[in-house]
Design a protein around this ligand. Structure first.
Ligand SMILES: *[C@@H]1O[C@H](CO)[C@@H](O)[C@H](O)[C@H]1NC(C)=O
Ligand SMILES: *[C@@H]1O[C@H](CO)[C@@H](O)[C@H](O)[C@H]1NC(C)=O
Ligand SMILES: *[C@@H]1O[C@H](CO)[C@@H](O)[C@H](O)[C@H]1NC(C)=O
Ligand SMILES: *[C@@H]1O[C@H](CO)[C@@H](O)[C@H](O)[C@H]1NC(C)=O
Ligand SMILES: *[C@@H]1O[C@H](CO)[C@@H](O)[C@H](O)[C@H]1NC(C)=O
Ligand SMILES: CC(=O)N[C@H]1CO[C@H](CO)[C@@H](O)[C@@H]1O
Length: 400
């Protein structure tokens, strides 16, 4: 048998090994304990997921995977046999090709030659050779797709997004992390701003735009107009967005999670816009936005008091900001204030006194806090996670 398989669930291993002759079983069993267990495992169990290294795969493997109820496949490496997977498993629901660096438009082209209505999730992250031409095929044949991961697919352009907006109307989750050619125009396509050419992915709930450097406030305007169903928006490391852009987002009532980590041009004014709108956020991350300071915490207490998770790592905040926030934030479960070097025991005292629902706090690199402040924090009744990172080892006053 030519199929090489690693890192598998036991039931699948057992099934695969039922194909091997006795000599091969012996060889495989030398690899590791998991293999050894599986090599001699007689019974075949049902699973729903397979992880495969494809070389010159035996085409007969895939129908038998399908027959065993497997609908989700992760390809760990491949040469040219992707089409066997698709042909052999007509009911495939999830295909994970993340990190298959060898995957080309040609390879995908051979696999996606007709409609595959069952496929719901496709992961192409870090398949760096994929271009818009593959997105054309995907838009044409994978109409049932709900999750599409294109993180690190750096050859993709706005044209690819136009194709997605034309074909994938059922898309709920799209990851475009580090797609550096993507600009406001592409986001406009997704949001249905070019309706004459493409309807748009108006049902999107999760949109990851982390590290899309070309995006500006105009992209946020498109998003707020067209993607009203959005629940999660990740804009971390988008240096081109500014406070004015956040004004557009401030009326997206469905938005629950907003990630603005390392958006360098966001300041207290932007947070004011968010707080004065009609947002009902439960998660906000503005870590490493060094223009975000104590004034933002006052705004958050006024308009974003429903937050369950707030990340302010390395922001320019002090005990005064904590004081202006804590009394309103009854539901806060997670507070990340690592590397906020101006926070002292006084801030921790306030947190311990008012944020009684807190289950997690990050104090990594808070160099001005002492054992006394930490003792107060550890008295929080629900606290499960306390991150101090290297602090304990580097500071003079050790906490045990
Ligand atoms: C990727 O392709 C190269 C040649 O094109 C081949 O030598 C290599 O084994 C392939 N890698 C994987 C993981 O398939
Ligand atoms: C998809 O594959 C990647 C890389 O192997 C892995 O990190 C990720 O967890 C997989 N996703 C799922 C849902 O299995
Ligand atoms: C897709 O692959 C990336 C990178 O390996 C991984 O982080 C992510 O969880 C995967 N997503 C899904 C839905 O499989
Ligand atoms: C971000 O702000 C800096 C100054 O703080 C400015 O030089 C830069 O042009 C701004 N970038 C954008 C895209 O607005
Ligand atoms: C969103 O951005 C953060 C950076 O703050 C990153 O760590 C996280 O993995 C991203 N989320 C997703 C779902 O990609
Ligand atoms: C087909 C295509 O556009 N390939 C390009 C993908 O991106 C790399 C650089 O990241 C280029 O070298 C390729 O030409």
């Amino acid at each position: 048998m030519e199929t090489h398989i690693s890192c598998l669930f036991p039931e699948l291993l057992a099934m695969i090994f039922s194909y091997l002759d006795v000599r091969d079983k012996g060889r495989a069993a030398q690899v590791c304990g998991a293999w050894r267990d599986a090599a001699y495992h007689k019974s075949v169990w049902r699973g729903t997921e397979a992880k495969l290294h494809l070389r010159r795969a035996n085409p007969s493997l895939f129908p038998s995977l399908q027959a065993r109820g497997i609908r989700r496949v992760q390809i760990l490496s491949l040469r040219r046999s992707l089409s066997y997977v698709i042909q052999g498993m007509p009911n495939i629901e999830s295909l994970n090709l993340s990190g298959c660096y060898n995957l080309t438009d040609n390879g995908l082209g051979h696999a996606f030659v007709q409609e595959i209505g069952s496929l719901r999730a496709l992961n192409l992250s870090l398949c760096k050779q994929i271009t818009d031409s593959s997105l054309g095929r995907i838009a044409q044949y994978l109409k049932g797709l709900e999750v599409l991961e294109l993180g690190g697919c750096s050859n993709i352009t706005n044209t690819g997004l136009l194709l997605i907006a034309w074909g994938l109307h059922g898309l709920k989750s799209l990851n475009l992390r580090s797609c550096r050619h993507v600009s406001d125009v592409g986001i406009g396509h997704l949001a249905g701003m070019t309706r004459s050419a493409a309807e748009g992915c108006l049902g999107l709930e999760h949109l990851i735009l982390q590290d899309c450097q070309k995006l500006t406030d105009l992209a946020l305007k498109h998003i707020s107009r067209g993607l009203q169903g959005l629940r999660l928006l990740n804009l971390s490391f988008c240096g081109g967005i500014s406070d004015a852009g956040l004004l557009h987002l401030s009326h997206m009532g469905g938005l629950r999670s907003l990630n603005l980590r390392s958006c360098d041009n966001i300041s207290d004014t932007g947070i004011m816009h968010l707080a004065m709108g009609s947002l009902r956020l439960s998660g906000l991350d503005v870590s490493f936005c060094d223009k975000v300071g104590d004034q933002s915490l006052a705004y958050i207490a006024q308009g974003l008091y429903g937050l369950k998770s707030l990340s302010l790592c390395s922001c320019h905040i002090s005990d005064d900001g904590i004081n202006r926030m804590v009394r309103q934030m009854h539901g806060l479960r997670t507070l990340n204030i690592g590397q906020c070097v101006r926070i002292t025991d006084k801030g921790l005292e306030l947190i311990a006194e008012h944020l009684s629902q807190l289950t997690g706090i990050d104090l990594y690199g808070c160099t001005r806090i002492t054992k006394r402040g930490l003792e107060r924090i550890t008295q929080l009744p629900c606290l499960k996670v306390l991150n101090l990172g290297l602090w304990q080892m580097t500071e003079g006053e050790k906490v045990r």
